[in-house]
Design a protein around this ligand. Structure first.
Ligand code: NAD
Length: 492
């Protein structure tokens, strides 16, 4: 990377500060109030247009963190717009009740909280957190919490809406919500993350609760963070209520009331669906190859569970880079490496590849388990696979989806494919309410039944309406919600 020390303005009046082969990074303003240690910056990709605007802490080393920009510097498409377009597409086919679609196209409640947290160095930092509740006609609001620099109100709206569809498809008695804090966890110590989590939970107050809105893990959050949320929530209720509120959050550590199988649940659901898809298509998974984007909770579990089918992982991409080994990568060994090194970069038993080569790798199955809008018109053209099993939420944008359909690449869509997480969260919630403990065999058995039932509903709907599976999944979800609204009517 070249750093521009002369700081001359370019044609757009912006000042280039650093360049790489693919990225051009510019800043346009110093020291916004509250961001004295930061610059406002803008990242431009050489291959597409404007990408993102972000506040970036001034690096003490004076070296700009190019990799960080790279994460943010994906062409920014609005996930919420994509989610609404998908709803409209289904509406155009089934002619759902117009008024009910009007309701479902809006979120019910949106909470934005700005809260102070004292950092390890004694300084106070202001942070921004979100909780969006899309719909609770089927049951309490339910959805994860994400800690990521890209978190904003539109992203959380979209993810909350997807949660409503997911609960509806799987027939679980939950609505949809999502939340998050705009931050990069790598910028904070363990203790600071605990304080941030607790202060955010406190700021949410009665907007969450075991029978009202139940958070769970998502990107960069984990069972430890859920334990802090639970402890903070329980500290705010009366002693008498405390033991009746363990189900205020799911995805907890087992000792704190978590369920067996919750940690692997989303990846497990993805693999159950790949197995049933393979059975349906007379496809032998033994010896089949797969590539995985994102090697966190969902990606690493999906990769490891696929190994049991005798399938071979050959390429992985995460935020640190991408790797390939055509003779196979052992997902368990890679998971140990990622735990120690924080990412797949420099994994010694595979060679480094770039983003394009990763997408172009010939394999049978692609399992995207990172962020949204990864499969675009460009990357969908590169894909060399038969099936895309969407572990991530919103990994495919509408243009990418059109390309996948034209190229006859099968898709198990996100709202079905990654529903294993919310299904086992429901099991955790039920066990807490009933003071029960199910063993792993029971959890897996029930998860398998629920997710395969949902698969069959989506497959049959796709056949009935002669539509792609994403549209079919949307039709299944909206049909269930429409029925409930019709039965109950609109108050008053
Ligand atoms: P995680 O934080 O455990 O892992 C995220 C992974 O994505 C990491 O390996 C990270 O390096 C990678 N990543 C981030 N940015 C990337 C980029 N620009 N390019 C390539 N890789 C990148 O998160 P997770 O819980 O595994 O969630 C992953 C996806 O699955 C998200 O879309 C999330 O909403 C969805 N999801 C998660 C759950 C759950 O139970 N955790 C449930 C349903 C859906």
């Amino acid at each position: 990377m070249k750093i521009n020390n002369r700081r001359g303005k370019d044609k757009a009046g912006l000042i280039p500060i650093a360049t790489t082969k693919d990225w051009k990074l510019l800043y346009f303003q110093h020291g916004r109030p509250g961001l004295e240690e930061s610059i406002q910056s803008i990242g431009l990709c050489r291959h597409c247009e404007l990408i993102d605007i972000c506040a970036i802490p001034k690096p003490e080393s004076g070296i700009w963190r190019c990799e960080y920009y790279k994460v943010l510097a994906k062409k920014k498409t609005n996930l919420y717009e994509n989610v609404i377009k998908q709803l409209e597409k289904a509406e155009g086919i089934v002619h759902f009740d117009r008024d009910i679609c009007k309701i479902l196209a809006e979120t019910m409640n949106e909470l934005i909280v700005h809260f102070p947290v004292k950092m390890d160095d004694g300084n106070v930092k202001m942070l921004t957190g979100y909780r969006v509740q899309h719909n609770n006609s089927l049951g309490p609001f339910k959805g994860g919490l994400r800690f990521h620099p890209s978190v904003d109100i539109d992203e959380i709206r979209a993810l909350a809406t997807l949660m409503t569809w997911k609960s509806a498809i799987t027939n679980i008695p939950f609505g949809g919500a999502k939340g998050g804090i705009q931050l990069d966890p790598a910028d904070f110590s363990f203790g600071e993350l605990e304080k941030i989590t607790r202060r955010f939970t406190f700021a949410l107050g009665n907007s969450i609760g075991p029978e009202y809105d139940i958070p769970a893990p998502d990107v960069n959050t984990n069972p430890q963070i859920m334990a802090w949320i639970l402890d903070t929530y329980l500290s705010t209720v009366t002693p008498n209520e405390r033991n009746r509120c363990i189900h205020a959050v799911t995805g907890k550590p087992i000792e704190s009331g978590g369920s067996q199988g919750r940690n692997k649940a989303t990846g497990q659901g993805v693999v159950f669906l790949i197995e049933i898809w393979a059975k349906d298509h007379g496809y032998n998974l033994k010896g089949a190859s797969y590539i995985v984007q994102g090697f966190g909770n969902v990606g690493s579990w999906a990769a490891r569970l696929m190994k049991k089918n005798g399938s071979m992982l050959i390429a992985v991409e995460d935020v640190t880079g991408a790797i390939l080994n055509k003779d196979g990568i052992d997902p368990d060994d890679l998971a140990d490496y990622v735990k120690e090194h924080g990412g797949v970069l420099d994994y010694p038993k595979a060679k480094p590849i770039n983003h394009e080569t990763f997408f172009n790798t010939k394999a049978d199955i692609f399992i995207p388990c990172a962020l949204e809008n990864q499969i675009t018109a460009e990357t969908a053209e590169l894909l060399n696979v038969k099936l895309v099993a969407e572990g991530a939420n919103g990994p495919t944008d509408p243009e990418g989806d059109n390309v996948l359909q034209r190229r006859k690449i099968d898709v198990i869509p996100d709202i079905l494919c990654n529903s294993g997480g919310v299904i086992v969260s429901y099991f955790e919630w039920l066990q807490n309410k009933r003071s029960e403990f199910w063993d792993l065999k029971e959890v897996d058995h029930k998860l398998h039944k629920m997710i395969v039932d949902a698969y069959v509903r989506v497959r049959d709907t796709a056949e009935k309406f002669k539509v792609d599976w994403r549209t079919a999944a949307q039709i299944v979800a909206v049909s269930r919600l429409e029925m409930v609204y019709k039965e109950r009517g609109i108050f008053p």
